[in-house]
Design a protein around this ligand. Structure first.
Ligand code: NAD
Length: 461
């Protein structure tokens, strides 16, 4: 029987759990949505005016729904017990160990969530994998659920519903997704009703043709594959940026020409200092691990090279800074504009700024960091021991005062509208700009007097 869902719980109130549940609450006023987490500070923040994550448009939706049909609580067991459908959106980080170059996903948090679901469930539940998990995780989860449930006759239907949102545009992505992918039993087997129940939730705002159903393993693998393909595009254009510098070609012109080919398309072709975020590297390493487990070493190596290219790009950027600045940056103040892994988010997980910052500090630089959304405490946590060589600033102009160089690490729009003449005035001379995101007007900067190095662009004589 297709259950018309009226109560949903989501385990994990993070970058995915919070925004996705806020969207369901907004679009489905008839459904009670409860988001739970083991972290009391995170739940307190969701219940306050200062949400734990920054995402354009999220505040308004949470404020509109909170207390009506959207709730945040640490009462994990209570919320599970009273819900018909349970999304699991816990973190699935990378393990430190692995077979070869690949690294398995750590499913500790997932297993713990599954054990809790099993222990408190007295009625049938539809379990929805929202976290990104290795292909065939549902098989293992089913065993955990069955072996830990003490109430006889309780039925668990497991679905895969990977999340494709991108941080910074999460609310737009959730409002009008390219597709919603639901993996489950779809070929006349027992359990097909669970797929229909989840389809019905999304059908409240997503057009039917964008809701795709697939078998469980295809859905699980599709998410890893999607992130691997996206990261591969970035590494591909970054590899071209190195070749452009070596040959006098311009990576923006190459990307434009490539993007005009309708088979390639223009998106995700911006050369940069490298990709970051909590997902791309983690998911590729996991994909490579799964390949290695199946003896597919060559396939694993293919995907591993995407991560290798990303590391190369970050190292190359540091080397360029050092070589341009007369081969020494010892005791020089270098300002990093931006620390988040991309614009419109405060998320710094795997941000290129971390590796580049550490590389510059290793070479003796003093770092000044300004980011409009990342807190000083977050930077201190990410940079650890390196913090003794770092000062963080609340104003860009103070961060740039007396700096020898500026490195653009995040593509924040505000950097483009700065008064670069004023900035030139407060910096040491010669003043260097290293544009790691290709967002500034390089000709204008050169007119002002800056020495400019932009990734993938002809090098200054
Ligand atoms: P996150 O770290 O921001 O949030 C996960 C939350 O789960 C944390 O707050 C943690 O305290 C909580 N948690 C862990 N174990 C728990 C338990 N047993 N009970 C209750 N709460 C528990 O992670 P995220 O960025 O939201 O990512 C979640 C998943 O979604 C990951 O698998 C990730 O790969 C995937 N994903 C992330 C993004 C993204 O842009 N961040 C996009 C798509 C998919």
């Amino acid at each position: 029987m297709v259950v018309k869902v009226t109560s949903i719980c989501c385990i994990g109130a993070g970058y995915v759990g919070g925004p996705t549940m806020a969207m369901i609450a907004l679009k489905c006023p008839h459904i009670k949505v409860t988001v739970v987490d083991i972290s009391q500070p995170r739940i307190d923040a969701w219940n306050s005016d200062e949400l734990p994550i920054y995402e354009p448009g999220l505040d308004e939706i949470v404020k509109q729904c909170r207390g009506k049909n959207l709730f945040f609580t640490t009462d994990v067991e209570g919320a599970i017990a009273e819900s018909e459908m349970i999304f699991v959106s816990v973190n699935t980080p990378t393990k430190k160990t692995g077979l070869g170059k690949g690294k398995a996903a750590d499913l500790t948090y997932w297993e713990s969530a599954a054990r809790t679901i099993a222990a408190v469930s007295k009625t049938n539940k539809i379990i929805v994998e929202k976290s990104t998990v290795p292909v065939r995780t549902a098989e293992a989860i089913e065993k955990v659920l069955q072996r830990n449930c003490n109430t006889s006759g309780v039925r668990f239907d497991i679905l895969s519903n990977p999340e494709f949102l991108a941080e910074g545009t999460a609310m737009d992505d959730l409002t009008a997704p390219d597709r919603v992918l639901i993996g489950g039993k779809i070929e006349g087997q027992e359990g097909t009703d669970a797929v229909a129940s989840l389809v019905e939730v999304y059908a409240n705002w997503v057009p039917q043709e964008r809701i795709i159903t697939a078998n469980l393993w295809s859905a699980e693998l599709s998410k890893l594959a999607a992130n691997a393909f996206l990261a591969q595009r970035i590494s591909s254009i970054n590899s071209m940026s190195a070749l452009c510098e070596a040959t006098g070609a311009d990576v923006s012109q190459v990307a434009y020409a490539l993007g005009k080919d309708s088979r390639i398309g223009p998106k995700f072709l911006n050369a940069s200092v490298g990709f970051g975020g909590s997902c791309f590297q983690k998911d590729i390493l996991n994909l490579a691990y799964i390949c290695e487990c199946h003896g597919l070493t060559e396939v694993a190596d293919y995907w591993y090279s995407v991560v290798g290219m990303n590391d190369y790009q970050k190292n190359r950027f540091v080397k360029r800074v050092v070589s341009a600045m007369f081969n020494t940056i010892r005791n020089k103040k270098i300002c990093m504009l931006g620390f988040a892994f991309k614009k419109d988010t405060g998320d710094t997980r795997e941000a290129p700024a971390i590796d580049v910052g550490n590389g510059l500090i290793e070479d003796g630089a003093r770092l000044a960091i300004y980011d409009p959304k990342v807190s000083d405490a977050q930077i201190a946590m990410d940079m650890g021991a390196g913090m003794s060589n770092i000062t963080t600033y609340k104003s860009h102009i103070e961060a740039l005062r007396d700096a020898h160089a500026v490195c653009v690490m995040t593509e924040w729009d505000e950097f483009k509208s700065y008064d670069w003449g004023e900035i030139y005035g407060v910096m040491q001379k010669p003043a260097f700009v290293f544009d790691g995101r290709l967002i500034l007007d390089h000709d204008k900067l050169r007119e002002i007097g800056f020495i400019v190095y932009a990734l993938g662009k002809p090098i200054e004589p």
